[in-house]
Write a protein that binds this ligand. Structure first.
Ligand code: SAH
Length: 521
C-alpha cells in the first residue's frame, strides 16, 4: 500500500533543472538552457540575469524573481529551496536560472540537497562562468603559456564580522592567475592581503565591471594602484578582480567593445510573429539586443464580412484591386480563403479583372509566396503614398478591397474616395498589446538609467503597443529609430527623439543605426 502511494505521488511530481544563464551576453546561453527557457512552466531567476536574456522568456511561463534589489535584502536561501520544492510538487517543470555557472559560487549544490531529500527529479545544466568569460571579453586569457600555468577562482565575500578568510600566503605561492568574485567591496583588503603576503606591488591587476554586456568596463593597473584607479573610474557591481601577469594582455587583446556596436544596447519592439532579422543583424555587429514583442496579431476567425465582400468583388465585373498593407495580412487572407473554402479561382478568375497592391516590398514578397505578383508597390512605404498611387493607377469606377488590420492607418482611404473609387475596408486581424511584466519593469529601469541606446519601431502600431505596455516613463529619454514617416510621427507624439531610416527596409534600418551609434566610425 505504502509503495502504491509513493508511486502515485511520483507520477504527478514535476522536475527541476538547475541551469546557468552565463555572464550576461545572451549569446553565451547554452543551447540546452535556451531550450528550457522556451518550455519550462515556471522560471525561478536571480538578479544577475540580463534583460537580454529575460526577453527570451515566453509570455506563457510563470516567473518568480528571487534576486535582491539594491538596498533590499536577498531572498533567504532556504526560502528559494522551498519554492523549488513547492513548484515541483505541483507537477511543474521548473527552471532554476542562475548567473554564470550554477556550481561556481552559485549555491546550486545547496538547492539540490533539499530536492534530493524530497525525492524530486533534477538535472544540472552547467553555464559559462563569469570567472572565465568576463576576462575573455576584456582580452584577458586566464592562462597563457608565457605567464601562468594555473588559474584560481576565489570568493572575496567578507564574513559577517567584516573579515576575509583567505589564505593569502598560499595564494601568492601559486603564481597563478587569481580571479576574485564578489570582491568589489573588499578590494582594499584583498590587495593589501596579497602584498602583505609578499606579492610584488607591481603585479598587474584588473577590475572588470559588467563583463560581456554592452556596459562592460575594465581598469587595468597593479595590485598597489588598482583600488585608487577603480575608485576614480567609479566601478560598480557586478565586478570581479583579476590578478596576474595576463592582465597586461588586455591592452593588446581587447576586442568586445571595439565591435561596430560593441558598447550599444538596443530595445527592439516588433510583432511577436515576425522573425527577428534585425536582432540578428545587430547582434552580429556586437550589440546587445533586448527583444520586446509589444504587439501580437490575432486573426479574426470565420471572417464572414471578408467572405461576402470577396464574392461580391469577384462578381462585380470591371477592374478590382485587392490591397494588402502587411505580410501578416497576406497570410491571414489566405488562411481565411482556406477556412471558408473559397477557391482562389473564384476570386482571380471571376468576372472582375483582379489586380493587387502591396504597401511595401515585404508585403509584396508575402504575396509572391502565394503565386501573386503585386501590380503596384509604392516607392515610399506609407499608407498615404499607397492611397495616392493607387488612386492614380486604378481605372475609373474600379472597386478597391482593402484587407488589413482592424485599426489601419487613416491615410489610405481618403485619396481613393476622392478619386471616386468604391472602397471596402475589411479587418483581417486585430493587434493585442502585451509585454512580460518581468521584462517591462527591468526595461523601465534601464530606460530611466540611460542604459538603452535606442528603441526601434517598425510601424506606428509598435509605437502604440510599446507605449501602452510601458508604465510611467519619461519618453524624452528615448531615442527612437523608426522605419518611416508615419512611425516617426507616432514616436514624436510621445516626445521621443526620432531617427528615420532612409528606406523602409531592414538594411536601411541597420545602416541608420550604424551611422548613428557606431562608436568607432
Ligand atoms: N555563478 C556565477 C558567480 C556568482 S557570484 C558564475 O559562475 O559566474 C557573483 C559574482 O560573479 C559577482 O559578484 C561578480 O564578481 C561576478 N560576476 C558575475 N557576472 C559578472 C559580470 N557580468 N561582470 C563582472 N563580474 C561578474
Amino acid at each position: 500500500m505504502g509503495e502504491m502511494k509513493n508511486e502515485k505521488e511520483y507520477s504527478v511530481m514535476g522536475k527541476v533543472w538547475v541551469a546557468g544563464a552565463g555572464p550576461g551576453d545572451a549569446g553565451l546561453l547554452t543551447v540546452r538552457t535556451a531550450e528550457l527557457m522556451r518550455t519550462a512552466d515556471v522560471i525561478v531567476y536571480d538578479a544577475l540575469i540580463s534583460a537580454e536574456i529575460l526577453s527570451h522568456i515566453p509570455q506563457t511561463a510563470e516567473t518568480i524573481y528571487v534576486g535582491k534589489h539594491s538596498g533590499n535584502h536577498p531572498v533567504p536561501q532556504d526560502e528559494i529551496n522551498r519554492i523549488l520544492v513547492r513548484e515541483a510538487k505541483k507537477g511543474k517543470n521548473v527552471l532554476r536560472l542562475k548567473g554564470g555557472d550554477p556550481f561556481v559560487f552559485g549555491r546550486g549544490g545547496e538547492e539540490l540537497e533539499l530536492l534530493a531529500e524530497e525525492g524530486i527529479d533534477f538535472e544540472v545544466i552547467p553555464g559559462v562562468t563569469s570567472s572565465v568569460a568576463v576576462p575573455a571579453y576584456a582580452g584577458i586569457p586566464v592562462t597563457h603559456r608565457d605567464y601562468t600555468s594555473s588559474f584560481h577562482v576565489i570568493t572575496g565575500h567578507a564574513k559577517k564580522d567584516g573579515t576575509l578568510h583567505i589564505d593569502f600566503e598560499s595564494l601568492v605561492k601559486l603564481n597563478g592567475t587569481l580571479v576574485f568574485l564578489m570582491s568589489l567591496s573588499s578590494m582594499g583588503m584583498i590587495l593589501k592581503g596579497l602584498m602583505d603576503a609578499g606579492m610584488d606591488p607591481e603585479m598587474p591587476a584588473a577590475v572588470l565591471e559588467n563583463g560581456t554586456t554592452a556596459g562592460q568596463r575594465r581598469v587595468v593597473a597593479t595590485v598597489s594602484t588598482l583600488k585608487e584607479e577603480s575608485d576614480r573610474a567609479g566601478i560598480g557591481t557586478p565586478a570581479m578582480i583579476v590578478v596576474g601577469k595576463v592582465c597586461t594582455l588586455a591592452d593588446k587583446l581587447h576586442w568586445a567593445e571595439d565591435r561596430p556596436l560593441g558598447s550599444r544596447q538596443f530595445l527592439l519592439t516588433r510583432p511577436r510573429q515576425n522573425m527577428s532579422v534585425l536582432a540578428d543583424r545587430l547582434r552580429r555587429l556586437g550589440a546587445q539586443v533586448i527583444e520586446m514583442p509589444a504587439i501580437r496579431t490575432e486573426p479574426i476567425r470565420s471572417n464572414e464580412r471578408l467572405g461576402t465582400a470577396l464574392r461580391e468583388f469577384a462578381e462585380a465585373g470591371g477592374e478590382g484591386w485587392l490591397v494588402f498593407t502587411s505580410p501578416i495580412g497576406v497570410d491571414v487572407f489566405w488562411e481565411q480563403l482556406q477556412e471558408q473554402k473559397i477557391d482562389v479561382r473564384n476570386i482571380f478568375c471571376g468576372r472582375t479583372e483582379v489586380k493587387t497592391a502591396a504597401i511595401g516590398t515585404a508585403t509584396a514578397k508575402a504575396l509572391l509566396r502565394y503565386g501573386i505578383m503585386a501590380d503596384l508597390v509604392p516607392e515610399v512605404y506609407s499608407a498615404g503614398e499607397l492611397g495616392t498611387k493607387l488612386a492614380r493607377t486604378a481605372a475609373e469606377g474600379a472597386r478597391i478591397l482593402i484587407a488589413r488590420a482592424e485599426k489601419g492607418s487613416e491615410e489610405l482611404i481618403p485619396p481613393l474616395e476622392e478619386a471616386g473609387l468604391a472602397v471596402e475596408d475589411i479587418a483581417l486581424y486585430r493587434t493585442v498589446y502585451e509585454v512580460n511584466p518581468v521584462l517591462r519593469e527591468e526595461v523601465e529601469r534601464m530606460i530611466d538609467a540611460g542604459e538603452i541606446d535606442a528603441v526601434t519601431f517598425t510601424s506606428a502600431s509598435t509605437v502604440h503597443g510599446f507605449t501602452e505596455a510601458m508604465g510611467e516613463i519619461d519618453y524624452g529619454k528615448i531615442r527612437a529609430v523608426c522605419i518611416g514617416r508615419q512611425t516617426a510621427l507616432a514616436a514624436e507624439q510621445f516626445g521621443m527623439n526620432v531617427e528615420i531610416s532612409e528606406q523602409a527596409t531592414m538594411d536601411s534600418m541597420v545602416e541608420k543605426i550604424l551611422k548613428t551609434f557606431c562608436a568607432n566610425g
